[in-house]
Design a binder for this molecule. Structure first.
Ligand code: G6P
Length: 602
C-alpha cells in the first residue's frame, strides 16, 4: 500500500528519503519517487522496485535538505512513470505525495481545467498540487492554500506537501490514512508508519483525522484543518528498537517473525489481562456479537468463535469484513469486534462504520497503536506482537489467537459455566504456551524443511481439519498460496466427501490437521479415506500418537496442549512449510506478488 516519507533538516534529504522508502517497501508498492527542494524543485520517480529505480535515476544526486518520498500501489491509473508520485503543479513549484483516494477528483479536475490547468497523469492526486497552486495564486500563503484545498477534498488521504515558495516547511495532512511525525534534533520527519523513521528518532506524534501539521526543522505545529485551532499532543516514545524492525540475522522477515511468536504471545497475554474486563462487559451486554476481519485475522476470529463457544458458551458470528454490509444486521444491541493487525484495512474499517451507523458498539483488536481503527472504536484492545514486516501475517496471528483465548477464559470465569479449578488450570497452561511454542519450533523446523524440499514442485495442496483444526487448516492453506504461489485449498474434513475427494489421487499432497479432542476419531477416518485414494498425507498430530502414523506419508509431531490451544502450536509447521517451499522455489516470501501488507482500499 502507498507509503509516505518526508524530511526537513540539515542533512541531504534524498538519502534519508531513499532509506525511508526502503523501510516502507513491505507495505507493497509498484512505483516510487522523491522530490526535493534546493534553488528549484527536483523530482525523480518511476515504476518498479526502489533499488532498480535508484540504479537508473540515482536519487543520491538530488540536492536539498527538504523533501518528500512515496511508494505507490496503484488505485487510479496503472503503474507507470507518469502516475508515480510525487505529483507537481503546472508551475513546477509544489510537490505532493498521497496515500488514499480522492473521491471527487473528477469534479476538481473539471474545475481546474476550466481555470486553465492541465493534467499529465491518470491519478486522483494530481488535483492536489494544482488546487494549492490555484489558491496561492489567489493570494493565500502555502499553509492557507493547503487548508483551502483540503477542505474541498472528499475521500481519504494522508498528504505530504512541499513548496518552492516556502522551502522552510513541510506540510502533512491526515484523513483516514495513517501518518506520523518523527521528532528529531534539528530535523523532522513525516511517515506512514514508525519503522520508516526509527533509525532517526523514537519520538513520534500520531496525527489524527482532520489534522494538518506545519513542520519545520525545529518544530511541528499541529492544527485542526477545519478551525485552524492548534492541537497540543505529547509525543509517544517508541519502545521498538531498530533491531526489532530489522531481520536480526534471519534471511527473511517472515522467518524472523515466525521465531518471534513466543515473545509476541507472551507480551500479548501479559498486556491483555488489563484490558479484558472492559471487553468482557461489552460482550456480556450484547444481544448479538460479530467478529469481523480479513485474511489471517479472519482465521484468528474463527478460532475465537470456537473458544468463545466451547469455554464461555457464547455464540458469535464471524464475518469477512468485505461481506459485512451486505450480509449482516447491526443495531444498538450489537457488538462488533473488529480484528486487524494493521488497524488500517479499508474493508474492516468500512464494516466498522456501517455497524456504527446502525448503533452498534465497536471494539477492536489491533497490533498498531494509534491506527485508524482505534479512532473508530468505543473500546480498543491491542496485541503486542511488535512490528510485522513480512506481508504474510505470522506472529500477529498467534498474538490475536492468544488474546481471544484469554478472552474466552475470562468470559467463562464471569459466566461461571465451568469450575474455577478447570479454568485456573487452563489459564496456567495458556501462560506456559510461549515455552511450548518455542519447543514446537525447535522440534518441527528440520522436519518441515525436509518435507518442503520434497513437495516444492506440487501444483495443488489440500488442507483438512475438523473443529478448531479447520481454521488452522485454512490459515495453513492461505500461507502457502500467499508466498509459494501454489494452489491450496482448505476444506473441513467432513466435507471431503461432498466434492474435494474427487480431486484426490496418487501423489496429491493433503495436509491433515489432527487435533486431540472430540473430533479425533472422525478425523482419523478422513485421513484413511485420503490415503486409500493415493493422496500423500502430511499429518500434524500430537507427539506419541501412533494411530495417525499408520496411515500417513509424513508425520509432524507437535507437543501436547489443550485442544483449544492447538492453533498456537499447529500453525507453526504450516507457516514454516509455506516459508520453506517459497524459498525452495526461489521466491521472496517477504514480498509476495500482487499482495500488500496493509490494504487501505476497499
Ligand atoms: C492483507 C495482508 C494479510 C492480512 C490481511 C488483513 O491481505 O497481506 O496478511 O491478514 O491484509 O490485514 P489486517 O491488518 O486487517 O489484519
Amino acid at each position: 500500500m502507498c507509503g509516505i516519507i518526508g524530511y526537513i533538516g540539515k542533512r541531504q534529504a534524498a538519502a534519508i528519503l531513499l532509506d525511508g522508502l526502503k523501510r516502507l517497501e513491505y507495505r507493497g508498492y509498484d512505483s516510487a519517487g522523491i522530490a526535493t527542494i534546493s534553488d528549484k524543485l527536483h523530482m525523480k520517480k518511476d515504476k518498479g522496485k526502489i533499488e532498480e529505480i535508484d540504479r537508473r535515476l540515482n536519487f543520491a544526486d538530488m540536492p536539498g535538505t527538504i523533501g518528500i518520498g512515496h511508494t505507490r500501489w496503484a488505485t487510479h491509473g496503472e503503474p507507470s512513470q507518469k502516475n508515480a508520485h510525487p505529483h507537481i503543479d503546472n508551475a513546477g513549484k509544489i510537490a505532493v505525495v498521497h496515500n488514499g483516494i480522492i473521491e471527487n477528483y473528477e469534479h476538481l479536475r473539471h474545475f481546474l481545467r476550466s481555470n486553465g490547468y492541465s493534467f499529465y497523469s491518470d491519478t486522483d492526486t494530481e488535483v492536489v498540487p494544482n488546487l494549492i497552486n490555484y489558491f496561492m495564486r489567489q493570494g493565500h500563503d502555502f499553509e492557507e492554500a493547503v487548508r483551502s484545498t483540503v477542505s474541498r477534498l472528499k475521500g481519504s488521504y494522508a498528504l505530504g506537501i512541499v513548496s518552492l515558495d516556502e522551502p522552510d516547511k513541510l506540510i502533512a495532512v491526515r484523513k483516514e490514512s495513517p501518518l506520523i511525525i518523527g521528532l528529531g534534533v534539528d530535523e523532522m520527519f513525516i511517515a506512514s508508519d514508525v519503522p520508516a523513521v526509527l533509525p532517526y528518532t523514537k519520538r513520534v506524534i500520531v496525527m489524527e483525522d482532520g489534522e494538518m501539521a506545519i513542520v519545520t526543522s525545529v518544530k511541528a505545529i499541529i492544527k485542526r484543518v477545519d478551525s485552524g485551532e492548534i492541537v497540543e499532543r505529547k509525543p509517544l516514545e517508541i519502545t521498538w528498537t531498530i533491531e526489532m524492525a530489522e531481520k536480526r540475522g534471519y534471511p527473511h522477515f517472515m522467518l524472523k517473525e515466525i521465531h518471534e511468536q513466543p515473545d509476541a504471545v507472551r507480551e500479548t497475554l501479559r498486556a491483555a489481562q488489563k484490558e479484558l474486563d472492559g471487553l468482557c462487559d461489552m460482550l456480556l451486554n450484547a444481544k448479538r456479537i460479530y467478529l469481523v476481519a480479513c485474511g489471517t485475522a479472519y482465521h484468528a476470529a474463527l478460532i475465537g468463535k470456537y473458544a468463545l463457544a466451547q469455554l464461555a458458551g457464547m455464540s458469535t458470528e464471524v464475518v469477512i469484513s468485505s461481506e459485512f454490509q451486505e450480509s449482516c444486521m447491526a443495531d444498538e444491541g450489537t457488538v462488533l469486534l473488529a480484528i486487524s493487525q494493521s488497524g488500517e484495512t479499508a474493508d474492516t474499517l468500512k464494516a466498522v462504520r456501517v455497524a456504527k451507523a446502525n448503533g452498534a458498539k465497536i471494539a477492536c483488536l489491533t497490533n498498531v497503536v494509534g491506527s485508524s481503527i482505534t479512532r473508530e472504536s468505543d473500546l480498543v484492545c491491542h496485541t503486542y506482537a511488535g512490528p510485522e514486516i513480512g506481508v504474510a501475517a505470522t506472529k500477529t496471528f498467534s498474538a490475536q489467537v492468544a488474546y481471544l483465548l484469554s478472552l474466552a477464559i475470562r468470559l467463562a470465569e464471569k459466566r461461571s459455566l465451568k469450575s474455577k479449578k478447570e479454568l485456573n488450570e487452563l489459564a496456567i497452561q495458556l501462560h506456559k504456551i510461549p515455552e511450548t511454542i518455542l519447543d514446537t519450533l525447535q522440534i518441527v523446523e528440520p522436519k518441515v524443511k525436509d518435507i518442503a524440499r520434497r513437495h516444492k514442485d506440487a501444483t495443488n495442496f489440500f488442507f483438512i481439519g475438523r473443529g478448531i483444526g479447520y481454521p488452522i487448516a485454512m490459515e495453513g492453506a492461505l500461507k502457502l498460496k500467499e508466498i509459494a504461489y501454489i494452489h491450496s485449498e482448505a476444506t473441513p474434513a467432513g466435507e471431503l466427501k461432498h466434492g474435494p475427494l474427487a480431486l484426490i489421487q496418487r501423489g496429491v499432497p493433503v495436509v491433515a490437521v489432527v487435533v486431540p479432542g472430540a473430533s479425533y476419531s472422525r478425523m482419523l477416518s478422513n485421513v484413511e479415506e485420503v490415503g486409500a485414494r493415493g493422496g500423500e498425507v502430511i499429518a500434524l498430530a500430537v507427539e506419541g500418537d501412533v494411530e495417525v502414523g499408520k496411515h500417513v506419508t509424513e508425520l509432524i509431531q507437535i507437543p501436547k496442549t489443550h485442544e483449544l490451544f492447538t492453533p498456537l502450536t499447529y500453525i507453526l509447521p504450516l507457516q514454516l512449510l509455506a516459508y520453506f517451499i517459497s524459498v525452495e522455489r526461489g521466491l521472496d516470501p517477504d514480498r509476495p506478488r500482487h499482495l500488500a501488507k496493509s490494504v487501505t482500499v476497499e
